[in-house]
Design a binder for this molecule. Sequence first.
Ligand SMILES: [Fe+2]
Ligand SMILES: [Fe+2]
Length: 274
Amino acid sequence: MEVDRRAFIASLGGAAAVAMMDHEAKADALEHYMEEQLDQQAAAGQGGQPEKFPTVAEIEAQIETRPFRRGTGSVFTGSRGQNVKKIEPMPDKPTLQDFFRLRFAPANHVLQSATRAMKTGMSEEIILACLLHDCVLSLIKPDHGWWGAQLFEPYIPEKSAFAIRYHQTLRFFPDEQAGYEYPDQYYRIFGHDYVPPQYIQDTYKMLKNHKWYMEPRLVTVNDLYAFDPNAKVSIDPFEDVIGRHFKQPKEGLGYDNSSSAHMWRTLARPDSPL
Ligand SMILES: [Fe+2]
Ligand SMILES: [Fe+2]
């Protein structure tokens, strides 16, 4: 496909921003830009070529092209190949909202998914689960459903934790009736020939017969439609849901000696050498 050079540079924030990017970051950005263009062409019915998704082998071949691993939490690595920035210290007795502002930001995707859950009249447990479902990606990415549930479990309803833990599994399995299809994004990031590992297959089997199946399923439904780069979202509409269902510890997150307090402290102080 032909790339409009000026539009591409503008999409990255201008020539000065591009000058600061290393070669690999530029290559990544170009690939990302072309993917978006292809999506737009396809959506507009302009006869654009269908997107060619990578194979598992092609994705594996990229491992040694990066100075970090793909599973690294986002607070531990610079974006687009740049150095990390100094981060603002957390206030004393930090709350969930403080973490949203200082460690999970921009959090656009989770806010979009919770906004959709609210608009479509889902339960408050689901709205909360949508709001929190990917926040742990700031800390770690592999098995983020399990890590995420563990991070929030001491503070939220059991159903919300269940939904967070198992949305990761259900993302791999379409459910037409519920309005969830396998995401193109997964062909892109896992490879089009990817087969989820056995423990994910086993977890899916368990979930299919579980009375709470729809809890994580509804998170995946909202997940699918929460990648609009132009969406304007805020945490404000969720203050009441958080107030009713998130038990903020009086000592602050990280200092209440809960089973996940250390995870909050690591998020708070990612520059600590030990
Ligand atoms: Fe997720
Ligand atoms: Fe998500």
